[in-house]
Ligand binder design. Structure first.
Ligand code: GCU
Length: 597
């Protein structure tokens, strides 16, 4: 299949997958376009019994005659910040799962001859959007962007935007009925009104080709407009190419390049890239690097790399809420940098664009995944379509981020034919849009074989992956069957293996014996880390480790009244930002690993 037809096919695939969400494929790099922010204080109504849609409160009607009355009003009531989550806004909503209506008014200075889109960075978990009393779209999935065209519905003054948000867990959703993080509901990321010309640069994918001597540049215009001149500039590399779009509105170039400074965690070099036509112009910073797996090694720019990783949830412990801003990203990523990391596993869902873009600028290899996290209904076609939509939206948003190294398709699934088919479908979707990255999944299936006295794993599905990841809690969920220094692994040989989770809980400031798990002591956690790091030396194909987790995080799983209080305490850093003893052990391990490079 010729390259551009594959690219166009991918775009059409994205459209098909998204059509179920009644959204359209969102445009690439919204932050590089002409936008009006709709962030700020929105009016809100808590709709526990879902009466709002039945009563069409999105019409925002007011009593006219003496006999009129309406049992709702968006004025003078609850106000919620956008972006944010409602759970951390007030104690009554801490555990709330249900519907909340958000509404605001806005003016839209005339955009003569331009097209207007409402763009949402993320709404958890599902929503319907109404503008000036009309439904304009819906979306399901709490962690990926979506948009709807509103060109013909926006007025210059007094637009009324209502968003019906619901975060109720359901068995066919992704994630499903229970997951070890807080179910923050709301419009949890930026909302923008985007203005573009009639025919605009809708999508592009710019990256270094595997041989490292050419830059691939695929561009897709918003409609099948043939013969439109599309210009691609990378000034610092003296690249300035123009090509005519084909009958599908696509341009595909392969541009020779010399004397390139490749992106890496040590040298996170980015280049200013401009994509333009006579009517439109979008620019951003893009890094260029090569990535591949060969045998049991991961190669970045033709050099084997070891992942000094860590995970964090999209949560600001000190503020008690969903992280959403650049400032939040600075706090989370600065702590990872201080630990000595060159990689981040963004658990367990696509995190906001500020975090991804800042991580790239700071020099982190990224693992991003959709929340296929235990208990997924793999036999359900509707669930599979949702997973496909999330995968496409995630890759569509971040494919130009060279820091993105791994697409994660699952966390801790159990072997079954339904699971295999579901995940093989997701892998096909990944590769259809982006054949340049490594596909990974995390498993918790490693067990100790008493006869052989080695740790083993039996799940043939791993052959479908580029890299195999293992979550293993030795010393926490699993007591040691032998001394750590004698714990040898024979897992996924022939492929790179990453420890994607390990660790144990400790309450910051709580001290006690280092051999009693129920002490929840820093000493116990520190010893657990020491033992695991010792075991890792006996994993011949180990190419990275990622402690679970950088910060304590909130979870309804965690009931212990004094040690947890709704917090998962596996953080190396407490919910107040204090580093536990194990943090210093991990820092020293990463310093030694870096010295070995
Ligand atoms: C699991 C899971 C994490 C969870 C962790 C824990 O492996 O992947 O999401 O938080 O274990 O039990 O703390």
């Amino acid at each position: 299949m010729k390259l551009y037809t594959r690219f166009a096919a991918a775009m059409l695939g994205a459209l098909a997958a998204l059509s179920s969400a009644q959204a359209q494929p969102f445009m690439t790099n919204v932050y590089g376009r002409e936008t009006q922010s709709l962030n700020g204080k929105w009016d809100a109504i808590v709709d526990l019994y879902d009466q709002g849609r039945r009563n069409r409160i999105y019409l925002d009607r007011k009593a006219q005659g003496k006999t009129d009355f309406y049992e709702y009003s968006f004025e003078n009531g609850l106000r919620l910040d956008v972006p944010s989550d409602w759970n951390s806004r007030m104690p009554e909503l801490k555990y709330y799962e249900g519907t909340v209506w958000y509404a605001r008014r806005f003016d839209a200075p005339q955009h003569e001859g331009r097209r207007l889109f409402l763009h949402f960075g993320g709404v958890n978990y599902r929503c319907r959007v109404y503008l000036n009393g009309e439904p304009v779209g819906s979306h399901e999935g709490g962690f990926t962007p979506f948009q709807m065209e509103v060109t013909d519905r926006v007025k210059p003054q007094g637009n009324f935007l209502a968003v019906e948000v619901n975060n109720t867990r359901t068995p066919d959703a992704i994630p499903a009925m229970s997951f070890d993080w807080w179910n923050y509901g709301g419009i949890t990321r930026d909302v923008q009104l985007v203005s573009v010309p009639q025919t605009f640069v809708e999508d592009y994918f710019i990256r270094l080709e595997p041989a490292g001597d050419r830059i691939a540049a695929d561009v897709k215009l918003s409609q099948a407009a043939a013969g439109v001149a599309v210009r691609i500039e990378i000034p610092e590399l003296k690249i300035d190419r123009t090509a005519q779009s084909d009958e599908q509105g696509a341009v595909v170039l392969s541009i020779p390049v010399k004397r390139l400074e490749r992106w890496s965690p040590e040298q996170p070099k980015l280049y200013r890239v401009i994509v333009s036509t006579a009517d439109d112009r979008v620019e951003e910073q893009i890094g260029l690097r090569t990535l591949r797996v060969e045998g049991e090694d991961i190669y970045l720019n033709d050099r084997p790399v070891f992942l000094r990783s860590v995970s964090f949830h999209e949560e600001i412990p000190q503020r008690r809420g969903r992280a959403f801003s650049e400032a939040d990203a600075v706090m989370l990523l600065s702590e990872a940098k201080a630990l000595g990391c060159n990689a981040i596993r963004l658990a367990h869902y696509p995190q906001n664009e500020y975090t991804v873009r800042l991580a790239e600028r700071m020099g982190f290899l990224l693992w991003e995944e959709i929340p296929v996290w235990q208990g997924i209904d793999f036999a359900n076609g509707a669930t599979r379509a949702k997973a496909e939509g999330m995968i496409r939206e995630m890759i569509h948003r971040d494919k130009n981020r060279c820091a993105l190294t791994f697409w994660g398709v699952a966390n801790e699934t159990q072997p079954s034919s339904a699971r295999d088919e579901f995940l093989r479908h997701l892998i096909r979707c990944c590769r259809e849009i982006d054949s340049t990255r490594l596909i990974v999944a995390a498993f918790d299936l490693v067990r100790f074989d008493r006869e052989r006295q080695v740790f083993v794993m039996n799940d043939p599905f791993i052959e479908a992956l580029d890299v195999v990841a293992v979550n293993k809690y030795m010393g926490w969920y699993h007591p040691w069957p032998l001394e750590p220094e004698r714990a040898v692994w024979d897992v996924a040989r022939g492929k790179p293996l990453v420890i994607s989770e390990f660790g144990g809980e400790a309450l910051y400031g709580q001290h006690g014996p280092d051999d009693v798990a129920s002490s929840w002591s820093e000493e116990y956690q520190e010893r657990l880390y020491r033992d695991n790091l010792r075991m890792f030396e006996n994993i011949p194909n180990l190419r990275g480790v990622s402690p679970w987790v950088l910060f304590d995080f909130r979870s309804p799983f965690r009931f212990h009244p004094t040690n947890q209080e709704d917090w998962n305490r596996k953080g190396l850093v407490s919910d107040q930002g204090y580093r536990k003893k194990a943090w210093y052990l991990m820092k020293k391990y990463y310093e030694e690993k870096q010295a070995l490079r």
